[in-house]
Design a binder for this molecule. Structure first.
Ligand code: CA
Length: 452
């Protein structure tokens, strides 16, 4: 039998009346909460959680560094196994710079980790710099004969020069295509006066955006304000001129996927072939929907608005409009309705600074809580509240979201990042308590996901 509400909705749909359903603004499931996985103080500065697809059930936590603010400290990857943090880190990385937003900031397991034992780490390396600030370094590591300990020494795949210690992006993920994606901030100078985010070639730091592609004097920067896509399974014998992070004619530890927007050196001799999409200020955390390959990007704003960007699976080359737009608003100025800039696309969500300051991109939930599946979960560094977009439909121009109430993060926790277990469970990295949390609900059993 139809309820009165359903009958009203049926009539409204027939009449073409727009229906705002209050039910859609509720949290589903209603008992959604966070459950602490390990004790407070288990990590120094947890920033992300990753899991290899190796059947082990282990979680690997990125511990950004020991001494925040130090230009010469260490960072590590730690293992949570059978509910406890192993005493010996999986990997300790020496000589890490951890000023401002630096540190060990990215980890991705090879899709074939179970057979090749290979994984990748991004960190800012103490004292290693091409530009004005420490380089962002991508390194390939392997596991040792002990499955819980990695070999200490890796192979540097790529170095990218940086201009300041903030806006480093630094998230890495393998896409459904098997290529590695790496997010890169605009460098860090406020407002991106050099125009790095919109320059798809090489450029000097001359405070003149129009000089993109003109190699001036001083340090030459590239790939800032981008998400790049590279094939880390295939080396290059002789780098083409448009492999910006390599020396032309020299070997490289990566190659260019043919589908990248500027892959062809004949067509794009002055662009950077590594680029996948661009126009970012600081795409600090991003993710792929493990179900369909859609990409969700949290791009940290300047002074006024934060934004969530969306790149559909199998598409390439979207420009997300920094530094002309900040969310749906103009930059500078903050006027509503930023006209499409640079031929780019707007975000799906923006929100103003109000107890908030920096978006922390999350995940499209695909875990065991059936009622939560298909919803996009993210946070903000300053509020550290959990935000849930119930219906992030690709065709919708804007997505709404609700705030998870009475979360353990209010107050005291600091959300730095998220991560999925190999079973799809979603975790939160809490820098304030030095721990991680898992999304939980009693409906997991009622849904029949477990217990049958
Ligand atoms: Ca930077």
């Amino acid at each position: 039998m139809l309820t009165w509400k359903q009958i009203f909705h049926s009539f409204a749909l027939l009449l073409g009346v727009s229906v705002v359903s209050t039910a859609a603004l509720a949290i589903a499931p209603s008992d959604l909460t966070l459950t602490q996985v390990v004790p407070n103080g288990s990590f120094n500065h947890p920033i992300g959680i990753r899991a290899p697809n190796d059947g082990s059930g282990r979680l690997f936590v990125i511990d950004r560094c020991v001494s925040e603010g130090s230009s010469a400290t260490t960072g590590s990857i730690k293992i949570v196994k059978n509910g406890a943090v192993l005493a010996t880190p999986f990997l300790t990385i020496p000589n890490v710079a951890c000023v401002s937003e630096q540190g060990v900031i990215g980890l991705a397991f090879d899709p074939n980790y179970a057979s090749n034992g290979t994984f990748y780490v991004v960190n800012t390396a103490s004292g290693v710099k091409i530009g004005a600030s420490e380089d962002q370094v991508l390194t390939r590591y392997t596991v040792s004969a002990n499955a819980d300990v990695a070999n200490a020494t890796g192979t540097v795949v790529m170095r990218v020069p940086d201009i300041a210690s903030n806006h480093n992006g630094g998230d890495i993920h393998f896409g459904p295509d098997g290529f590695l994606y790496w997010s890169m901030g605009d460098g860090g100078v406020q407002g991106d006066p050099n125009g790095f985010a919109q320059c798809t070639g090489r450029k000097s730091a001359d405070n003149t955006p129009s000089t993109c592609h003109t190699i001036g004097s001083g340090v030459i920067y590239y790939l800032l304000g981008k998400i790049i896509r590279v094939d880390v399974h295939t080396t290059t014998a002789s780098a083409a001129a448009n492999m910006c992070a390599s020396t032309p004619g020299q070997p490289a530890q990566y190659s260019i996927p043919p589908g990248n927007p500027f892959a062809s050196v004949a067509t794009f001799p002055n662009e950077c072939a590594e680029i996948f999409n661009w126009g970012f200020r600081n795409p600090f955390r991003f993710s792929f929907d493990r179900s369909n390959g859609d990409m969700y990007i949290g791009d940290v704003g300047q002074n006024t608005y934060e934004e969530i960007d969306y790149q559909p699976a199998a598409s390439v080359g979207q420009n997300f409009q920094w530094n002309a737009c900040e969310g749906f608003h103009t930059y500078p100025g903050g006027a509503a309705g930023c006209a499409p800039a640079f031929g780019g696309v707007p975000p799906k969500i923006d929100y103003p600074h109000s107890g908030t300051c920096a978006v922390v991109g999350g995940y499209l939930y695909r875990g065991p809580i059936q009622q939560l599946r298909g919803q996009y979960i993210f946070s903000d560094y300053c509020s550290s509240a959990i935000y849930i977009s119930a219906n992030p439909a690709p065709a919708s121009a804007t997505w709404t979201y609700v705030t998870l109430g009475s979360a353990p993060f209010t107050p005291g926790g600091i959300v730095y990042g998220f991560g999925e277990g190999s079973d799809g469970n979603l975790y939160v990295a809490d820098d304030g308590h030095g721990t991680i949390w898992r999304f939980t609900s009693g409906f997991i059993f009622q849904d029949g996901f477990e217990g049958h």
